[in-house]
Design a protein around this ligand. Sequence first.
Ligand code: BJW
Ligand code: ZN
Length: 247
Amino acid sequence: MTGHPTDSTGPREQAREWLQAARRPLVLTGAGVSAESGVPTFRGPDGMWRGHRPEELATPDAFSRDPEMVWEFYRWRRSVLRGCAPNPAHVALARYESSHPDLLLVTQNVDGLHRLAGSTRIQEIHGRLMIDRCSACGLESDASPRDEADRRIPMCGSCGAICRPGVVWFGEPVPLIGSAFEAAGSADLVLVVGTSGVVEPAASVARVARSAGAEVIEVNPEATPLSALSDLSLRGKAAELLPELLS
Ligand code: BJW
Ligand code: ZN
């Protein structure tokens, strides 16, 4: 697990070796890992919020001001997601878990595609798009397929208050971040895939692991703020690179 790429070992080969040898790998994923499944990313030229800032809709303030508009946005997100399936990157990560049982997959994605691909050691730290959560009592339930067709806001089956999507909005605490940081502190390798690395505290999962001595491998077509702390920055698409790196 030591050493850096040399002339005889290219960065991809080095990454493969580190990934294979890792005892306690931690994978941090973002929207880019689902891009090739057809799930829009948040930022960048093809981001779903081009011309808008994510902070306009994904906040408790927006929801209290205009729940109809926020729900319209999330109904659209749900209808897009219903047409999407895991891609070879999700599948490669699920297989990697079988050979590395102490792996933890920390995902910022709310799309559930890692779970669908077969990963089980997952922390979905920004919640789940397909869950309704009561805005009053917190009761969670699976989103019914009917909700997007009829445009009514889902109501809590227990207390009758309006529901919100079961995701983590800006300004809200990230409930699982403590255990993600704890795992990062004892990881020996971090694979960062498809995240712009600008949303905190998620991006700091990689920083914590790096400070505790883990090697960091980044897979992303673009440079990000996390590139500078990465031992290996591999420029490419997740669905193309991960099957090769994790085989
Ligand atoms: C490919 C690819 C391919 C393309 N293959 N790659 C410290 C500093 C500054 C600000 C803060 C700070 N700490 C907290 C904040 C505030 C805020 C924040 O981070 N703001 C910044 C934006 C400035 N954070 C919060 O508010 C968080 N809460 C918090 O800190 O609470 C504190 C608290 C404590 C106690 C009480 C109360 C409060 C919460 C953050 C929640 C973020 N939620 C969202 C929305 C989820 C719901 C929804 O889906 O609608 O999560 S925002 C959005 O961004 C979503 C994502 O998970 C998250 C990260 O985005 P991601 O995944 O990185 O996607 P993109 O689009 O940004 O990047 C895609 C990448 O993929 C790009 O790099 C491409 O190049 C790449 N790519 N194709 C591989 N094929
Ligand atoms: Zn309720």
